[in-house]
Design a protein. Structure first.
Length: 366
């Protein structure tokens, strides 16, 4: 079998769903006799199955979480450019910081595929810095048209791309996320506890969620607890808001855990109030655990929740989110039926199924 080569650009090997998807894609390509050059930092090589075919190219200097991503990307630009100028590898798969990879690819006349992990329009509308975000969006629109292929991970992301990129360049491929479909266990009676899992950042809209929990407990007089599981830069502000709203006996903030199953077992439903997403893996996880879901109407949610047949979808405002929470509490049997329906359709997110689509898309361009 002829060996093929590909460069994968992913500067920041951070913990999270995107990294898990990358690991699954790389392991699949390694099994198909690909030689892979991975440009990234802080990579855990034990995650990969065939290390001999994988070469990791990192910056010599080690950086911590507080290091400037712009500076790191600037260094990676020169690292990637220097490597590809001397190497015959013809294709780049960019999973992150696409503009760097696109510029290098076009200068050196290499082909490039990028994977969009979020809806570019949604991310712009709900950004904290509107002016800067619209300038960034303009840059993205220009650069995306120089790509040879674009992988959209949700229907909404694809719809946004179609407004400024030719249809023939875009391919909808879901995250290759599910390695094992969990057996269906009997759903036991649960206390009124909802669960949030995610990074503590502006995008996740956690402060609005806290306002909703406050109103349900103190205005509607319904006892509803919230577990907030994750980590991120807004952790201290979230704790301050919990104290300010007198929710310290209602909301608990928990750090990342390798045993997330126990939190799914406690949760009556999972809630994701995000301003924007790509294809949120946490919803796929919750579906696999048969936990009912309430999420805002952002990219990827309709794909996972089957346009509302597999869960509850809210508008991105406090009133809508609160009404949906109250509806779930009053109609929990319906919530369970929806989660059962979503679980039946979960094979769409299996690793092999979607990695085969990646392979076909890549082979068409090599």
């Amino acid at each position: 079998m002829t060996q093929k080569e590909i460069v994968i650009f992913y500067p920041s090997f951070e913990r999270g769903g995107a990294t898990e998807n990358l690991i699954n894609i790389i392991n699949f390509l390694l099994s198909k006799n690909f030689n892979i050059f991975l440009f990234s930092q802080n990579v855990d090589k034990k995650k990969f199955t065939q290390n001999k075919k994988l070469k990791i190219i990192s910056l010599k200097k080690k950086f911590n979480k507080n290091s400037s991503r712009i500076f790191i990307n600037f260094l990676f630009f020169f690292k990637l450019f220097s490597f590809l100028r001397q190497n015959k590898t013809s294709l780049i798969l960019s999973m992150q910081s696409h503009q760097i990879a696109i510029i290098v690819a076009k200068i050196l006349r290499k082909k490039i595929i990028i994977r969009l992990s979020e809806d570019p329009i949604g991310a712009t509308i709900y950004s904290e810095n509107k002016l800067n975000s619209y300038l960034v969006l303009l840059g993205k629109i220009i650069s995306y048209n120089f790509c040879d292929g674009i992988i959209a991970i949700s229907s909404k992301t694809k719809a946004s791309l179609l407004k400024f990129v030719k249809k023939k360049k875009i391919k909808l491929i879901y995250n290759p996320y599910i390695n094992k479909i969990l057996p269906n266990k009997k759903i036991t009676q649960k206390n009124n506890t909802c669960l949030f899992i995610g990074r503590f950042v502006h995008q996740k809209n956690i402060f609005m969620l806290l306002d909703v929990i406050h109103e349900i407990n103190y205005i509607n007089k319904i006892n509803l607890k919230l577990i907030i599981l994750g980590t991120g830069p807004l952790k201290s502000l979230i704790k301050k808001k919990i104290l300010y709203l007198n929710l310290q006996n209602i909301c608990s903030v928990v750090s990342w855990s390798s045993n997330i199953d126990k939190y799914y077992k406690k949760a009556k439903f999972l809630i994701l109030p995000s301003f924007y997403e790509g294809l949120p893996n946490v919803l796929i996880d919750a579906t696999n655990h048969r936990v009912p879901i309430l999420a805002t109407n952002v990219s990827g949610v309709s794909d996972i929740l089957l346009n509302g047949k597999g869960g509850f979808i809210s508008k991105i405002n406090k009133g809508s989110l609160k009404n949906k929470v109250l509806f779930i509490l009053k109609n929990y049997n319906l919530a369970i039926k929806k989660s059962n329906y979503a679980k039946k359709k979960i094979t769409r997110f299996e690793v092999n199924r979607n990695c085969k689509k990646y392979l076909k898309f890549i082979n068409n361009l090599i």
